[in-house]
Ligand binder design. Structure first.
Ligand code: PLP
Length: 421
């Protein structure tokens, strides 16, 4: 079996990588099985039935499928309630609805994990000065920097929470496009304990993008009050065609629903059109698919470590998200990596990724993605800005076999390219 003409040296290194990460993969299998069973229980508790798939039009009153889908996610996330809608246009939109739903003029939002993810900054009013940002509405943003090694500065966090008594303590779980580690439930738990102890009234919000179903312990069960994420990342199982979710305390979810639709109508309206069935299927697959992506990341980390590259996280580390960073060291290797990933996709495999200018980035960026859903990063994808340390951010993989193939092809392309010269 060598449909892709992969060099024997890469095949051997891959076998070695599989041995190296065997116990980690076993651990992930255990998480996968746990969360899959929990999801099936969630469907049963929510009373999901075939008639829920038919959807609604117009105002979308009495859409029992929509209500059941909310209950499914609430159960899976250990939340009192959830708001799961195809109408959320992106993860950023979902997070923004939650921020605007909860924060009021003169409130303070305190980020305790440093600078939030790139696309949220303009919604907060940190970049671009757009009308309608939180800042435009008189909402203050404060932040506690991460330590130099990228970990949370708990002492500084405690002090700032004590001083500010902020309306919201904001945590970002995933590394985003930074080199810092992701937060596992342990760090999230510690932050929640500090916040509840120091300022019991502060609302703890979590940007949970890329973090869903990678652990057994949920953020809600360790003290998070409200969280949000995208359905074209982990939470939609690679099947949801668009959308996002908000989950948390009932009264907070309701405030978010008042923002998404109107104060008064909240969760009661919003036609689902023909989307219910796919969203249910996405929920059903999400625990499985998230762990397949996690295995792909662990394998990539092990393989590239064997091939002599610095990787973060290491294959043996605990993970709070599905992102893998590989320090490739130069532009040629970044491009080869992305070409290799692309060449393993089922869709658009003939496309050759090229570096290009991107709004908001100082250096050129190269991206690889051959996806069934445009921009879906639970499907195997890689992106890299062309600058030091020439690191590639890789994530996704709908199933481990295809994810592993993409990673092997990336390594193969780097090898072949270097031997051309
Ligand atoms: C992806 C992501 C977002 C935003 O999601 P989009 O769907 O790209 O708008 C926010 N925060 C983090 C940490 C993310 O990874």
């Amino acid at each position: 079996m060598n449909f892709f003409d992969i060099d024997n040296r890469i095949i051997e290194a891959s076998q070695k990588a599989m041995e190296l990460c065997k116990s980690k993969l076993d651990e992930i299998n255990d998480i996968q099985e746990y969360n899959q069973q929990k999801m099936i229980k969630a469907f049963q508790e929510a009373g999901v039935r075939e008639s829920h798939f038919s959807g609604s039009t117009g105002y979308g009153y009495d859409d029992f499928g929509r209500d059941a889908l909310d209950r499914v996610y609430a159960y899976a996330f250990d939340a009192e309630d959830a708001l799961v809608r195809h109408n959320f246009a992106s993860g950023t939109h979902t997070l923004t609805v939650a921020l605007f739903g909860i924060l009021r003029p003169n409130d303070t939002m305190l980020s305790v994990t440093g600078m939030p993810y790139d696309t949220i900054r303009s919604a907060i009013g940190l970049e671009g000065n757009y009308p309608g940002s939180l800042k435009d509405f008189g909402i203050n943003f404060e932040m506690v920097d991460l330590k130099a090694d990228g970990t949370v500065d708990y002492e500084a966090v405690e002090q700032r929470i004590r001083e500010e008594k902020p309306k919201m303590v904001y945590i970002q779980r995933s590394r985003g496009y930074s080199i810092r580690p992701s937060l596992t439930y342990r760090e999230i738990k510690k932050l929640c304990e500090i916040s509840k102890k120091t300022s019991p009234k502060s609302i703890i919000m979590l940007d949970n993008c890329y973090g869903e179903f990678v652990e057994k312990v949920t953020p809600m069960s360790v003290g998070v009050d409200i969280m949000a994420g995208s359905l074209i990342k982990n939470a939609g199982g690679g099947i949801a065609p668009t959308g996002g979710y908000i989950a948390g305390k009932k009264e907070l979810v309701e405030m978010c629903a008042y923002r998404l639709t109107t104060p008064g109508t909240g969760k009661e309206i919003g036609a689902t059109l023909g989307n219910n069935r796919e969203l249910f299927m996405g929920a059903y697959h999400a625990p499985f698919v998230s762990c397949e992506a996690l295995k792909t990341a662990v394998f990539a980390s092990a393989l590239f470590e064997i091939l002599g590259y610095d990787t973060t996280p290491k294959y043996s580390e605990n993970r709070g998200d599905i992102i893998q960073l590989i320090m490739l060291g130069n532009e040629e290797k970044l491009c080869s990596f992305c070409e290799g990933i692309q060449s393993g996709s089922a869709v658009d495999s003939f496309v050759k990724p090229e570096p290009s200018d991107m709004p908001g980035y100082e250096s050129q960026v190269i991206m690889a993605a051959g996806a069934f859903t445009l921009g879906s990063s639970i499907e195997l994808s890689a992106d890299a800005p062309l600058r030091e340390p020439y690191a590639v951010w890789m994530q996704g993989g709908l199933n481990f076999c295809s994810g592993k193939l993409g990673v092997m092809l990336a390594a193969d392309k780097i090898l072949k390219k270097s031997e051309e010269n």
